[in-house]
Design a protein around this ligand. Structure first.
Ligand SMILES: C[S@@+](CC[C@H](N)C(=O)[O-])C[C@H]1O[C@@H](n2cnc3c(N)ncnc32)[C@H](O)[C@@H]1O
Length: 217
C-alpha cells in the first residue's frame, strides 16, 4: 500500500503538470461538459482518488485560463470502465457522496472501441493496462518451445515465454492506442500508469515479479 500511495502521489504530480501545461483550453474549446474516462477502474477507492485529482487540476486550469471575471466551470462526466465481470454494484455503491461529477459505467474491454469519435477530454488508466487481453496460445501449448510449464507468470521463464508475452502486449497496445486515438478529442491528454521494469534489470528482479513468484511457490 505504501508503494502504491507513493506511486499515486508521483502520478498526481505528473498529471497536474500535464493538465496545467498541455490541456488546451481556449475560446474555441471551452466545453460545457468535460468527459473523463478511467479505464480498468476496478471497484474503488483508487479510481475515485485518481478521478478527483484530474477534476481538481482541470478546474484550476479553467480558473487560470478564463480569469476571475468570466469564470465558468464545466460540468464533469466520468466514465468508469472495466470488464463485464467487475463488481460495478460495489463501485457505484461506494461513489463518494460529495463528488462533483456525473458517473457512468462502461462495461467491456479497453482493447477495443468503447466511446464515440472525439468524445473524451481526458483518459486515465492506472495499474490496468499491463494486463494482456489473452494468454498467448504458445505458452500453454506443451509442444511449443514457449510452453510456460503451467505457470501464470514469466518470472524466471525462458526467453521464448518472455518473447511470446511481449508480442501479445505489442499487439494489445496497438489495439488500445488505435481505439483511444479515435475517441480522444484533438489535444486531449491521456495518463497511463503502468508498472514497469527499468532497462538493464531482468524480469525476475522486478518487484511485481518477485511477489508473484512468491505467490506461485
Ligand atoms: C489492478 S486493478 C487496478 C484498479 C485501479 N485502476 C487501481 O489503480 O487501483 C486492474 C483492473 O483492470 C481491469 N482490466 C484488466 N484488463 C481489462 C480490459 N481489457 N478492459 C477493461 N478493464 C480491464 C481489471 O478487471 C481490474 O479491475
Amino acid at each position: 500500500m505504501e508503494r502504491r500511495s507513493r506511486m499515486a502521489d508521483n502520478a498526481k504530480e505528473l498529471i497536474d503538470k500535464a493538465i496545467a501545461e498541455k490541456l488546451e483550453i481556449n475560446n474555441h474549446s471551452y466545453t460545457k461538459t468535460f468527459q473523463v474516462a478511467d479505464l480498468g477502474c476496478s471497484i474503488g477507492p483508487n479510481t475515485f482518488l485518481g478521478v478527483q485529482n484530474i477534476i481538481d487540476a482541470v478546474e484550476l486550469k479553467y480558473q487560470k485560463t478564463q480569469g476571475q471575471s468570466s469564470f465558468q466551470l464545466p460540468e464533469f462526466q466520468v466514465f468508469f470502465n472495466d470488464q463485464i465481470s467487475n463488481d460495478f454494484n460495489q463501485l457505484f455503491t461506494s461513489l463518494p457522496p460529495e463528488r462533483r461529477y456525473y458517473a457512468m459505467g462502461v462495461l467491456d474491454s479497453f482493447h477495443d472501441r468503447l466511446f464515440s469519435d472525439g468524445s473524451l477530454h481526458f483518459v486515465h488508466s492506472s495499474y490496468s493496462f499491463q494486463m494482456l487481453s489473452e494468454v498467448p496460445k504458445v505458452v500453454v501449448d506443451k509442444s511449443s518451445p514457449a510452453w510456460n510449464k503451467g505457470r501464470i507468470h514469466y518470472s524466471n521463464a525462458s526467453d521464448e515465454v518472455i518473447r511470446a508475452n511481449e508480442a501479445q502486449y505489442v499487439n494489445d497496445m496497438e489495439r488500445f492506442l488505435n481505439a483511444r486515438a479515435q475517441e480522444i478529442m484533438n489535444g486531449g491528454p491521456m495518463a497511463l500508469i503502468i508498472p514497469g521494469c527499468p532497462n538493464g534489470k531482468s524480469h525476475s528482479e522486478a518487484f511485481v515479479n518477485i511477489k508473484i513468484e512468491l505467490l506461485g511457490s
